[in-house]
Design a protein around this ligand. Structure first.
Ligand SMILES: NC(=O)c1ccc[n+]([C@@H]2O[C@H](COP(=O)([O-])OP(=O)(O)OC[C@H]3O[C@@H](n4cnc5c(N)ncnc54)[C@H](O)[C@@H]3O)[C@@H](O)[C@H]2O)c1
Length: 249
């Protein structure tokens, strides 16, 4: 059976681990050639995909650094000539800290990585995305924007900015047929969240859900694959929460 993303080229940032890694594996399984951008060496993920018969490359890239992103875009252009799917996912998570104890540098770091990084990667890939006949931009935002978790101001605000960007880009790029959507995790166990939260916190979140099952990176990977597919051609400017019904808006 033909896979629904056969022949597509997907760029995924922050796919050395966590949600990005699961998305890279899933998009490759559905037929896409995957390009991973990460600060950390993601060659193990690329090799895992190749061993399963898929196509993948990993590129070391700090997604806040314009020069490194431009180099990555050049490499991807040389390899594929275009980008069909861009998943902006590289981000930093947070613990809790009262807002008045935050420094300018701390707030700025979240803005730089979680928001400006998405902007820079999207801008650099735009000329390649325009060459696609099924162009998709998918942002990984966060449900915390709606919950407004106390102690997470810098993180929540940076992810709120991603939602604003998603909505504006959806309108600005609509005439080019480019869809722009955001997916919003609640609390998914990944290396990033496990740095700040214990098992008990994940269970507490799960027990507040309509469906009391742990949400996994693979659930997000499935949602991202759907948004990348032809079936989602006219879904744009949307924020889609996948949290087992923990937050209903
Ligand atoms: N896991 C959750 O519960 C959750 C909830 C809400 C939102 N999110 C968002 O999902 C995304 C992925 O989170 P995760 O939980 O998989 O995190 P993670 O820490 O497990 O993985 C993040 C990956 O991004 C990479 N990265 C970080 N900064 C980078 C940079 N400047 N340039 C390139 N790569 C960089 C890291 O090296 C890592 O491989 C993030 O944007 C995060 O804010 C996650």
């Amino acid at each position: 059976m033909a896979e629904r993303l056969n022949g597509r080229v997907a760029v995924i940032s922050g796919a050395a681990a966590g949600l990005g890694k699961a998305a890279a594996i899933r998009l490759a399984k559905e037929g896409a050639a995957v390009e991973i951008l990460d600060l950390k060496d993601a060659s193990a993920v690329a090799e895992e995909i190749q061993a399963a018969g898929g196509q993948a490359h990993s590129i070391l890239c700090d997604c806040t650094d314009e020069e490194q992103i431009a180099r990555a875009a050049k490499e991807i252009e040389a390899r594929h000539g275009r980008v069909d799917i861009l998943v902006n996912n590289a981000g930093i998570l947070t613990g809790r800290k009262p807002w008045h104890t935050l420094t300018k540098e701390e707030v700025n770091r979240y803005v730089q990585v979680n928001y400006i990084g998405y902007f820079l990667v999207t801008k650099a890939m735009y000329p390649l995305i325009k060459k696609s006949s099924a162009p998709r931009v998918i942002m990984v935002a966060s449900r915390t924007y709606f919950l407004a978790n106390p102690g997470q101001m810098s993180y929540v605000a940076s992810k709120g900015a991603v939602m604003g960007m998603t909505r504006v880009l959806a309108k600005e790029m609509g005439d080019e047929g480019i869809t722009v959507n955001a997916v919003m995790p609640g609390m998914v166990a990944t290396p990033g969240t496990m740095e700040h939260s214990q098992e008990e916190a994940f269970n507490r979140v799960m027990n507040n859900q309509a469906i009391k099952r742990r949400v996994t990176p693979e659930h997000f990977a499935g949602l991202i694959a759907f948004l990348a597919s032809d079936d989602a051609e006219l879904i744009t400017g949307q924020m889609i929460i996948c949290d087992g019904g923990g937050y209903l808006h």
